[in-house]
Design a protein around this ligand. Structure first.
Ligand SMILES: [Zn+2]
Length: 138
């Protein structure tokens, strides 16, 4: 599995932190045979959904499988984390902050991490909760 987007020209330097374009590929649900899934609320919360997101107005889907797909999946869907380099993040980089420092600042600034980006795809019915958990377990 390819973990990262195209190599960045500037990332050739020594130990440069590049959190800006993390990417994972999850298997895409087959539109033909996917079915709504009933996950326990607890599992959904544990996966990272917020209580207010579980309002009962939508359902995650599960893989089923039919003659036109592979075990309920067909193709791939990218899960991206795109991090804008804000002034605050730039300061941390210049001060030789760690990846953790940057991740914390990004969180303060409301940047979605990979898991959260994946959960949006679950909510949209594009992939399954299992796939997102599998792809974004760091
Ligand atoms: Zn199918």
């Amino acid at each position: 599995m390819r973990d990262w987007a195209e190599p960045q020209p500037h990332a050739a330097g020594q130990g440069q932190i590049d959190l800006t374009r993390a990417q994972r590929l999850a298997r895409r649900l087959c539109e033909n045979c996917k079915k709504p899934a009933d996950y326990p609320r607890e599992s959904m919360l544990k996966a990272g959904f917020k209580p207010e997101e579980l309002d009962g107005n939508w359902k995650p889907y599960r893989a089923v499988g039919c003659s036109s797909c592979n075990n309920g999946y067909k193709g791939r869907v990218g899960i991206y984390q795109v991090m804008p380099i804000t002034e605050a993040i730039q300061r941390i980089i210049l001060a030789e902050g760690t990846a953790l420092d940057i991740a914390k600042q990004a969180e303060r600034e409301g940047v979605r991490d990979l898991r959260q980006s994946g959960l949006i795809k679950v909510r949209a019915g594009v992939t399954t909760l299992e796939e997102v958990i599998l792809c974004t377990n760091e």
